[in-house]
Design a protein around this ligand. Sequence first.
Ligand code: NDP
Length: 287
Amino acid sequence: MTGANAGIGFACAVQLCKQGARVLLGCRDEGRGREAQRILQDRYGESSAQLVSLDLSDQQSVRRCAEMVESSPLHGLVNNAGIVRAGGQNSAGEFDLRFATNHLGHFALTGLLLGPLTRTGGRVVTVSSMTYRTIEPNWGLSRTGGIEFKGGYALSKLANLVFALELQRRAERAELNLKSVACHPGAVDTNMIANYVPRLYRIARPLIAWLLNSPSGGALPVLRAITDPDVQGGEFFAPRGLMEWAGGATPVQVRGLHKKMNSAKALWDLSEQATGVNVLSEYQAFI
Ligand code: NDP
């Protein structure tokens, strides 16, 4: 579980540990990660959770993380971590920090872990967002400075969705023992919202908390995508309530699917070039 120390990721980790899963907590901040690990271990036992250092904006860190966990029996990978702002240190080089963290980091991590995931017939769940509807798949804008605030986040979340569906398509063609599933959590009261609209959040926190999903509510589509035995590869889960805002998890249609998937090869090629990770390279002939 990437981004397991806060928000939706932590809420998912709680439920998974409660059901007896052993969860590897991929976290960038050691203090926050240790605290999450401590809470889970106190509640569900020493073996329930283990912290793994992971900074998705840093490809070296992604590789170290994959090396640490590749020998574990991995049944699922949840690409959950995300940021909404592009400011701060950028170890991602020429790419917008949101695209580098939310998409490129997960692209590389998934590629590096395909071996262990296919050995168990595992599942990759990638967390997108409703904002995918608001942007065209113009991957050229993912370079640093290529896009303004809201568009940069939306583009990275569209990349999450297109990646998840394209991974499923390629895995099927290569007859891999793997399912790739996408989901979005609706609108959820987490640090991400506080970072997205900081001033409004300070003024209207109680109203926001009332209007939005709680982290445990937002976790439902993710939990269904990763645990439901009847899930099909390529499905997209979201809250079933009005406008997919909140509620229990249900499969939904991707809006503008055809156009989005026409851009999948360009995204894949760009991501392989940017990360140096050739996902499914040994199966190229089948793709
Ligand atoms: P939070 O900000 O609460 O949690 C994000 C998590 O990602 C934190 O654990 C954070 O770590 C981690 N993270 C951020 N950057 C990195 C990095 N470089 N490397 C590793 N981990 C990192 O947000 P949410 O729980 O709301 O978001 C979870 C997912 O849900 C995201 O993909 C988001 O885009 C998506 N989503 C959220 C919505 C919402 O309304 N909240 C709506 C739609 C989608 P740290 O604590 O150290 O910052």
